[in-house]
Design a protein around this ligand. Structure first.
Ligand SMILES: [Fe+2]
Ligand SMILES: [Fe+2]
Length: 184
C-alpha cells in the first residue's frame, strides 16, 4: 500500500526532504567535529546521519506510487559554526521535528487513514526524541571542551532507533532484532 491522500503525500515529501538534508548536514558537521579533535561527537553525527537516511528511505518508500517530479519545500537548519553552535543547530532541528512537525504529520495521516505514512512518521518522531537528548549531552561535553564518552552508537535499520553501547534484544520502537542494528 502506498499513500493516497494529497496532504499526507505532501507531508511525506516534505519529511523526505527534511531528513535528506539532515543526513547531509550531520555528515558535514561530523567531519568538522572530527577535525576539531572530537572523534566521538563526530561519530555520533555520522551514526545519526544514518538514522536520518533510514527515515528518508521509509518516507520515500511510502511515496512509491506517487511518480513524477515535485518541487519539495522542507525545513532545514543552515550554518557552519563552532562545534557547540553546530550541535545547537542539530538540537533545534530535532526539537522542531519532535514538537511541531511529526506530531502534526501523524495527526494528518491518522485523520486520512494513511497507515503506512503514520508508521513512517511515528518511527521518525520516536528516534528524533532520542537524537535531541544525545545532541544535548554532546553539547554539554563540548561546552566543557570534552568529547562525549561511549564505545559505540547503534542504529536500528528499520526505524532509526539510536542507542549508545548496549543494544536491547528487540528495538523498543519497531521490534527489530538486536543482530540487525548497524554499529558505528
Ligand atoms: Fe534525528
Ligand atoms: Fe527499530
Amino acid at each position: 500500500m502506498s499513500v493516497k491522500n494529497a496532504m499526507t503525500a505532501d507531508f511525506l515529501r516534505s519529511a523526505y526532504g527534511g531528513e535528506s538534508m539532515a543526513h547531509m548536514r550531520y555528515l558535514y558537521w561530523g567531519n568538522l567535529a572530527e577535525k576539531d579533535g572530537f572523534p566521538n561527537i563526530g561519530k555520533l553525527f555520522k551514526a545519526i546521519a544514518y538514522a536520518e537516511q533510514v527515515h528518508a528511505g521509509n518516507h520515500f518508500n511510502e511515496l512509491k506510487d506517487q511518480k513524477g517530479d515535485y518541487t519539495v519545500p522542507a525545513g532545514a537548519v543552515f550554518g557552519v559554526g563552532t562545534l557547540v553552535e553546530n550541535l545547537q543547530g542539530a538540537i533545534n532541528g530535532e526539537l522542531h521535528e519532535v514538537e511541531q512537525m511529526y506530531p502534526v504529520y501523524i495527526e494528518t495521516a491518522k485523520f486520512q487513514n494513511e497507515k503506512g505514512a503514520q508508521r513512517s512518521f511515528h518511527y521518525a518522531l520516536e528516534a528524533e526524541k532520542i537524537h535531541a537528548n544525545l545532541f544535548s549531552e554532546a553539547q554539554k561535553a563540548a561546552k566543557e571542551g570534552k568529547d562525549i564518552q561511549f564505545s559505540t552508537v547503534n542504529i536500528c535499520p528499520v526505524c532509526g532507533h539510536t542507542v549508545l553501547d548496549n543494544v536491547p534484544d528487540a528495538c523498543p520502537i519497531c521490534g527489530t532484532k538486536k543482530e540487525m542494528y548497524k554499529t558505528f
